[in-house]
Design a protein around this ligand. Structure first.
Ligand code: ZN
Length: 322
């Protein structure tokens, strides 16, 4: 080969390497191949799994999803102790695959932690707290931060304060969703409120500890732990409907916000599982248009999560005394 050609080839290869190292080759097949070194570590039944990084991804969250440690992820991906994820588009984790074809998290521990935290939540409900004002102009006093727990991941702990009752209801609904489907990936808990409530950038409401954003369930495990846009390709509508139904089953949801296009997908799933016409009409605006009355309402910005609004505590007291 002529030296000029050799030089050119080397230059092209170098360019490719820089691209991959800086995470620009997001959809390139090169990044979808398990690194050789990691492949050699695989034991029987284990698989190499790519986790694609989205905005806001962090090591702790990924570690939680796969039930591995952040140190393991660093080791598997050759990340230096203080190296951030910012320049990467994908990290690799080792998962074990069960005979049924479902993935199982590393070292699944069956503890009573989630049950205990629900109990704790119920006890906390008795204690003093105040959700003041309205959802769009309110405050939170004596709120509780959602603790870490089994079955869910919290996107922004600093933005995840609610009334103790809100926290308990979220945990109860998530517990219910996992009981419905054994392989459900961790439910993604988005913003609730700031510690003392009040104005919350990026949200119109979420001011008094009674609103929570919940991620849809993905078809593809590499989307787990993230908010992603709900489409027929990305969304596991059956299991997303399960999660949604579990929130409704708390009996404390006044309404939810879901983009009209996503409502359509959930409506079709509800129809498929033979939810009555009356119930579908009560639940979804689809197919009657964005202004129709229903418990689930269209609202801009809810293509990648659903927004749950819980009843105000004093409304609840009013109902009880009736
Ligand atoms: Zn919201």
């Amino acid at each position: 080969m002529a030296p000029v050609l050799q030089f050119l080839l080397a230059f092209i290869l170098l360019l490719g390497h820089i691209g991959i190292a800086q995470g620009r080759a997001d959809s390139a097949h090169a990044t979808d191949k398990c690194p050789e070194e990691l492949k050699r570590q695989l034991k029987a039944g284990e698989e190499c799994q790519p986790h694609h990084l989205h905005l806001g991804a962090n090591l702790e969250l990924i570690a939680k999803i796969y039930h591995v440690t952040t140190d393991q992820i660093r080791e598997w991906n050759g990340l230096q102790p203080d190296e951030a994820l910012a320049d990467r588009s994908v990290v690799w984790v080792i998962w074990s695959k069960r005979p049924g074809g479902h993935y199982e998290r590393h070292s699944v521990r069956r503890t009573k932690r989630s049950t205990r935290s629900i109990e704790q939540g119920r006890r906390d409900t008795q204690s003093w707290y105040k959700s003041k004002g309205s959802h769009t102009n309110g405050k939170l006093l004596g709120g509780r931060q959602i603790p870490t727990g089994r079955g869910y991941v919290v996107r922004n702990p600093k933005e995840s304060w609610g009334t103790p009752k809100t926290i308990a209801l979220i945990q109860r609904a998530i517990h219910c969703a996992h009981a419905k489907s054994a392989d459900l990936p961790p439910v993604v808990v988005g913003d609730i409120s700031l510690q003392n409530g009040g104005k919350f950038g990026g949200h119109r409401s979420h001011q008094n500890g009674l609103d929570v954003d919940i991620g849809y369930v993905a078809k593809d495990r590499s989307l787990d732990g993230n908010f992603f846009r709900g489409t027929p390709e990305t969304m596991d509508t059956e299991r997303s409907l399960d999660v949604l139904q579990c929130f409704l089953d708390t009996g404390q949801v006044t309404h939810m916000f879901i983009d009209y296009d996503v409502q359509k997908l959930l409506y079709q799933a509800a129809k498929k599982r033979k939810m009555s016409k009356k119930d579908r009409r009560e639940l979804f605006q689809f197919p009657r248009g964005k202004d129709a009355w229903a418990r689930i309402r269209h609202s801009k910005g809810h293509k990648n999560h659903f927004h749950v609004r819980f009843r105000k505590p004093d409304e609840e007291l009013a109902l009880q005394s009736r």
